[in-house]
Write a protein that binds this ligand. Structure first.
Ligand code: BGC
Length: 267
């Protein structure tokens, strides 16, 4: 059996039927956690993740919810607490892009992206934190709960053509830091992960031809695209007691994308 720092803990991962969320759910399960696998539309994807988690020896359920809708989120947390009895770890991962030049961006594109990427974090985090405070610090853990927000390198890197997405991730940064400050006395830790380019459906156009990949790699000093497991590994560490003194931080997991790579031979 591998190292299991999260043995017996209960985790909820939003947007876990594919991409980074699926990778994170599997890494948490490999580290010993039981996982609620949230999905918005792909039951088949979520079910596959649930099956893989069970093969790892952990418990899992798939629950449909649109994280931007209060009633959906409430029903999902009722299932979480009804099935697992507690929540130790919330991973606010659900997110999407609806890209458009700013002059053409519709209000619907703006609202959808802000709704899922930012309001979804508000709704899920509020219910998680209330349950964590009510339950308190469980035996065997150093804190009452951990919240991990999936941000992006675009919480610091401006991104033309993606005003809605970049605004949502900039919002995640101060949402996370403010809650970290506010909830630390209750022994809840809140941090973000800022992934760079991770090979998932959200950015398929950036890696699915050799030309696109070559152009993407110019932005990544470490010379490879990321995989969901890179983010899963960071999530396990942040959720574990090994990171007990880490609060209010964004850990960039990006192969160096935030290091201004164009300055390596310029400037
Ligand atoms: C975006 C991806 C993009 C990556 C690096 C992520 O937040 O969702 O589409 O490839 O940032 O730019």
């Amino acid at each position: 059996m591998s190292y299991q720092p999260l043995k017996g803990q209960k985790a909820l991962v939003t947007g876990a039927s594919s991409g980074i969320g699926a990778g994170v759910a599997l890494s948490l399960a490999a580290a010993g956690a039981d996982v609620l696998v949230n999905y918005a539309s792909s039951l088949a994807g979520a079910q596959k993740v649930v099956d893989q988690i069970k093969e790892l020896g952990a418990n899992a359920i798939a629950v449909k919810a649109d994280v931007s809708k209060e009633d959906d989120v409430k029903a999902m947390f009722d299932e979480m607490l009804g099935t697992f009895g507690a929540i130790d770890i919330l991973v606010n991962n659900a997110g999407l892009q609806q890209d458009a030049p700013f002059t053409e961006m519709t209000l619907a594109q703006w609202n959808t992206v802000l709704g899922i990427n930012l309001t979804g974090m508000f709704l899920c985090t509020q219910l998680a934190v209330r349950a964590m405070i009510k339950r308190g610090i469980p035996p065997g853990s150093r804190c009452a709960g951990k919240v991990i927000c999936m941000s992006s390198v675009h919480e610091v890197i401006p991104w033309a053509g993606h005003a809605n997405y970049a605004a949502s991730k900039g919002g995640v940064k101060l949402f996370m830091q403010t809650l970290a400050q506010e909830l630390a006395p209750q022994k809840i830790r809140i941090n973000s992960i800022g992934p760079g380019a991770i090979q998932t459906p959200i950015n398929r156009a950036a890696w699915d031809t050799p030309e696109a990949l070559a152009s993407l790699l110019k932005l990544i000093p470490y010379g490879r695209i990321g995989i969901p497991e890179d983010i899963g590994n960071a999530t396990v560490w942040l959720a574990s007691d090994a990171a007990d003194y880490v609060n209010g931080q964004t850990i960039f997991v990006d192969g160096g994308m935030t290091l201004y790579p164009e300055f390596a031979d310029g400037g």
